[in-house]
Design a protein around this ligand. Structure first.
Ligand code: SF4
Ligand code: MG
Length: 335
């Protein structure tokens, strides 16, 4: 593998009584240290399941996982759970949408961060681990960190809890930080502060960061690359600037149009994408987005219903990939 994180043809399928749920179906991407990847999609697009597979959290479940996930020199999909457990919380750490569900209500925040440290540094004294917790609470911008370390999660505001969660995630200097909807539960001002904090910490620690979100606005400021998922597959992938300014997939364009602050038309009403995400058991034929696609008529011969578009490089920037018959035609004509 060339990149620090190298995901190749990842598939996560869950057998159910109704059929196989293909939550992730052939996803590939790479990420270097010090860079941020935004994985974007509606709920049910496969973005969260992708991140769980990066943490090896599918192990011990009925999920059928194939493909390769290279992290540094280790391939995670085939790694035994015992070795994965050693990576989790140390080389790879995760910040969740709802810190209350990840923090234990009966232990102080400081004790939980200290414990997360001692799990991977058993030789460290409790006292030193507590100090480390306070240092980190300070680093993530929690005022009076020594006092707050002795507080319980419910005594923290939503934003402060998310900061504490980030402190806990960073306690073992992870090389890869995964943040799944890290700001969804927070109000807009606090959201911006948390995103700034993640960006700052990344500069300082040099880790690779994956931000998972349904909101392109969240990754617009922070991501170097953006991967847009639909129905468990990649529909658009490339440098963030390219994807945002020059989106090639109608689904991405739809996500952008539903966010007036990104298009600059703050006064315009929101235009949510019509329809609902597809069933992951039976994806629509051809292009999985075709039942909702506002421009499918531009493609002749009902091709959108019959033929699945391949992910192809866009002619103007070959690092920018999209899976739409319209993109394919443009790149063939101009290439
Ligand atoms: Fe729309 Fe067709 Fe492109 Fe799919 S392939 S996004 S249906 S135009
Ligand atoms: Mg999710």
């Amino acid at each position: 593998p060339n990149a620090f994180l190298d995901v190749r043809d990842l598939r996560v399928h869950f057998p159910t009584d109704d059929g196989v749920v293909k939550s992730v179906d052939g996803v590939s991407f790479t990420l270097q240290k010090g860079r941020t990847l935004g994985i974007v999609g509606e709920s049910g697009s496969g973005k969260s399941v992708t991140s769980l597979a990066l943490l090896g959290l599918h192990k011990g479940t009925r999920a059928l996982v194939s493909g390769e996930v290279w992290l540094g020199g280790d391939e995670i999909v085939a790694l035994p759970e015992a070795r994965m457990r050693a990576l989790r919380g140390s080389r790879v750490a995760m910040v969740f949408q709802d810190p209350l569900s990840a923090l234990h209500p009966f232990f102080t925040v400081g004790a939980q961060i200290a414990e997360a440290y001692r799990v991977h540094h058993p030789e460290t004294s409790k006292r030193r681990a507590r100090e480390r917790a306070v240092e980190l609470l300070q680093r993530v911008g929690i005022p009076q960190p020594a006092r707050r370390a002795a507080g319980y999660p419910h005594e923290f505001s939503g934003g402060m809890r998310q900061r504490a969660m980030i402190a806990m995630a960073l306690v073992n200097d992870p090389e890869l930080l995964i943040a799944d909807e890290p700001t969804t539960a927070l109000d807009v001002t606090v959201q911006a502060q948390i995103l700034d904090l993640i960006a700052d910490l990344q500069q300082e620690f040099g880790s690779a960061v994956v931000i998972i979100t349904h909101d392109l606005g969240v990754v617009a400021e922070t991501a170097d690359d953006i991967l847009v998922m639909y129905g468990g597959r990649r529909v658009e992938y490339g440098p963030a600037r390219e994807v945002l300014k020059n989106s090639q997939h109608p689904y991405t364009s739809g996500l952008l149009a539903s966010m007036p602050h990104l298009s600059g038309n703050v006064d315009e009403p929101l235009h949510p994408i019509e329809g609902t995400p597809p069933s992951l058991i039976r994806l629509p034929s051809g292009c999985a987005f075709h039942p909702r696609c506002p421009v499918r008529e531009q493609v002749p011969q009902n091709l959108c219903r019959s033929d699945r578009p391949e992910l192809v490089p866009f002619a103007e920037d070959p690092r920018h990939l999209a899976a739409c018959h319209l993109t394919a035609r443009i790149s063939r004509r101009t290439a």
